[in-house]
Design a protein around this ligand. Structure first.
Ligand SMILES: [Zn+2]
Length: 536
């Protein structure tokens, strides 16, 4: 069984699925793994007939704690201030720093088919008093919380420590304050210059009632409070939080022992690692979720996260590699398997189920989607680089019949993706220029290569003008054609690349030739073959 269906099979009753994020800066594409997993769980639960609600929260009352993300003049002003109170650093119309980064991230959800039933902003929940009862319980049971930190995570809090962060009424910082002396109505607080390294408190002290947004809970309590407040039954989390004695264990214990509620089911998931090096930002688009979503269409982006099980890490390095074309190829293999066609090589488990999970529309006609013609990504990337080529016409020739309206959409999506890939992430070797004149490099061809090119030129008259047919003709010509001279395929391909591109490597040769006009190809092959005396 597919892992999400396994989960659904062991549940009964209404379900609430939750996730949340601190919008502390540009959100990396790997952060989409959580929302995609959440969505697939929600779809599986609903398909199993369980009434299911999907929630997505933004931890925007968390303090600004990353100096590198601020302009130098904003550091002193903004460090330690709740993200909801820090100005939008770009100034493109968002109400705050938190709104800027959270909304740019959240805006990618709909395109990926992820539709939370409700978004919530912690700054609003606190301000509306909806966290008050949890703040009160946490303060009343501060000793129990201290004991959990000690027992679960071996973290020792000093005597009298209180699980609440007042927001300093003088300087507005939340990261710099320490609370003590809960009297049932108010706490005493100090805003300390040296409590944390990343922000400097103003030195104010006093008493305040920690309600209605005047204070926030530490993360582990806030997390458990969300579970109680919304009745959360399932919450996947990243493996960094899910280690033994780690954040999730603490919040689970707080849920049980402080808020007296069973914590939600966890579906821990591994990270997506972007290569071993920093993504270049000069020509590339970087690894921001919204930037990657502009290059990889939703179906393939969902598949990137779903092909491995949640507990398996994903290595993905789009910059200067074939990672994106390979993702499309894998997507096409899975679609072919879902359509019942024979597929070479190893397939992931449950390819049909995986295919459905990757689709943006959970109610799509699976058979029609799987049957749709999907032009290979590498072929489109090639066609886009050949001058004056009618891309749609070539794709129709490759398919062998007119495209359906859905196939037109797929083509348009892939054309955009291939264009964006060439403009940003593609390696140099994927870039090519068909030479208008016979390249001087054909002087390097040996007699065997010339003979094979001549054979191919002769055979072309009867070959269908499609990538597949031409690829087969190229192999035939390498095997000797009419002249009976065998040439290793690698040398045959090198000869073709030299003749057309002036370099010894290139994309799949059959598709390269199919992207060009037949008379041009025939003439070029003959010219390259005739450079020297052919063997008898
Ligand atoms: Zn202060």
């Amino acid at each position: 069984m597919f892992w999400a269906d396994e989960l659904a099979a062991r549940l009964t009753g209404p379900q609430v699925v939750n996730d949340s994020k601190t919008p502390s800066g540009t959100v990396h594409v790997g952060s989409l793994r959580g929302p995609v997993i959440l969505d697939v769980i929600v779809r599986a639960l609903r398909a199993a007939g369980l009434e299911t609600t999907l929630l997505y929260g933004v931890e925007d009352l968390d303090p600004m704690d990353a100096q590198a993300l601020l302009t130098p003049d904003a550091v002193e002003r903004s460090m330690g201030i709740p993200l909801a109170q820090v100005p939008d650093p770009v100034g493109d119309g968002h109400a705050s720093y938190a709104r800027h980064f959270a909304e740019r991230f959240i805006d990618t959800f709909a395109g990926l088919g992820i539709h939370p039933d409700r978004y919530y902003w912690m700054s609003e929940l606190y301000a509306a008093g909806e966290m008050d009862r949890y703040v009160r319980v946490a303060l009343d049971r501060a000793e129990a919380v201290r004991d959990i930190y000690r027992r679960v995570s071996r973290v020792e809090r000093p005597a009298g420590w209180l699980p609440v962060h007042p927001i300093c009424p003088t300087c507005g910082r939340v990261g710099t304050t320490l609370a003590r002396d809960w009297d049932g109505q108010t706490v005493a607080f100090d805003c300390l210059p040296d409590l944390v390294e990343w922000a400097t408190g103003c030195g104010a002290s006093g008493r305040l009632a920690p309600f209605g947004g005047a204070a926030k809970l530490p993360w582990n309590l806030e997390w458990a409070a969300q579970w109680s407040h919304f009745g959360v039954t399932i919450e996947p989390c990243g493996k960094d939080l899910a280690t033994a004695g780690g954040s999730r264990d603490r919040s689970d214990a707080i849920a049980r022992e402080v808020f007296e509620r069973e914590p939600p089911i966890n579906v821990p998931y591994e990270f997506l690692n972007i290569g071993g090096r920093k993504m270049s930002t000069s020509k590339g688009r970087g690894a921001a979720a919204d930037a990657i979503a502009e290059v990889i269409p939703p179906e393939q982006l969902r598949l990137l996260f779903l092909r491995p099980r949640p507990n398996q890490a994903i290595d993905f390095d789009p910059d200067g590699t074939d990672a994106i074309p390979r993702l499309f190829d894998e997507s096409d293999r899975i679609a072919a398997a879902a359509a019942g066609r024979e597929v070479k090589g190893e397939l992931p488990p449950h390819p049909e189920r995986l295919f459905a999970a990757a689709l943006v529309d959970p109610h799509a006609d699976l058979r029609a989607e799987a049957d749709a013609y999907r032009p290979p990504f590498a072929h489109l990337a090639l066609l886009l680089q050949v001058p004056a080529v009618d891309l749609a016409e070539r794709v129709v020739a490759e398919k062998g019949e007119a495209l359906t309206p859905r196939e037109e959409e797929i083509l348009a999506e892939r054309r955009t993706a291939a264009r964006a890939w060439l403009d940003s992430y593609a390696p140099e070797r994927a870039r090519l220029e068909v030479q208008a004149e016979l390249p001087a490099a054909v002087g390097e061809l040996d007699p065997g290569q010339r003979a094979a090119l001549a054979s191919l030129a002769e055979a072309l008259g009867t070959v269908a003008w499609s990538g597949e047919a031409l690829q087969a003709a190229i192999f035939d010509a390498a095997r000797g054609g009419e002249r009976g001279v065998e040439l290793p395929p690698g040398r045959m391909f090198a000869a073709l690349y030299l003749a057309f591109l002036g370099q010894p490597h290139g994309p799949r040769a059959g598709w390269l030739l199919a992207s060009l006009d037949r008379p041009f190809v025939e003439e070029r092959l003959r010219a390259a073959a005739a450079l020297d005396t052919l063997p008898a």
